[in-house]
Design a protein around this ligand. Sequence first.
Ligand code: ADP
Ligand code: MG
Length: 266
Amino acid sequence: MKEKLIAVGRTAKVYKWDDEKVIKLFNNDINKEAIKKEYKITKKLYENNISNVKVFDLLEYENKTGIIFKNLKAKPMTKEILYKPWKLKKLAFKLAETHKSILKYVDMKLPRTKGILKRELLKSNYLPSSIKEKIIKHLEDLQIGNRICHGDFHPENILIANKKFIVIDWMTASMGNPLADVARTSLILKYGKLPDSNLFKNLSLEIVRKILYKNYINHYMNITRVSFDEIKEWEIVLAATRLSENIPEKEKELLNDYIRKNIEFI
Ligand SMILES: Nc1ncnc2c1ncn2[C@@H]1O[C@H](COP(=O)(O)OP(=O)(O)O)[C@@H](O)[C@H]1O
Ligand SMILES: [Mg+2]
């Protein structure tokens, strides 16, 4: 690969393609249908003014599948959070506002959020079947919703360019209840790890995480008028599905504790 590497993500590497474009070249273990889905969704959302990421092409390059995007010439929000902590509250507010701005109705065929979550729960090996069944039953009673859910909305998937906040990485998008998306973001902010965490002592990272979470969730509730209880109803489901992901042991422990403390209330 002679092109200049811009960033390494979890599913792909991103290279400069020409002055105005980048190529997101997916790792070989990523399913081609999923890549096609990311291409189609990002295109549709651009046409509907929900995303600012212009998409050009889906192609094969050096035995890999790639998507050509406009080069956003932007930096990830995580960098801003880590290097400009004095802006933390404002950034948390922006995170909530950006989230609200994408949780819209779009007329397109997308998998259903509840269906995806149920399938993930069914195949998960991390919880005893009694707990799993209770969570599945609880999920079945939750409102289905008809909004675009991003599926992985957190500061690493938001880029900042000219003060604009741009949401990328739409492979996991689905159609469903926005509260599912907000619950997942809450859990990531509460228990997840930020990249580059070695730059900070654990203590300061914990403080950053708390401020970010508190301000994100409070601001989201303020601007949408949803209640904490409504978000919490979804949290246990998203905590259970996140357990099957490739996340640090420490995070798994925290999610497990969360589930065990809250299972009696559903
Ligand atoms: N259109 C783009 N323009 C500039 N940089 C991008 C663009 N898309 C992605 N990137 C960079 O690549 C990184 C990984 O992209 P992402 O779509 O999140 O991939 P992954 O699915 O592997 O997480 C981003 O954090 C960002 O730094
Ligand atoms: Mg990403």
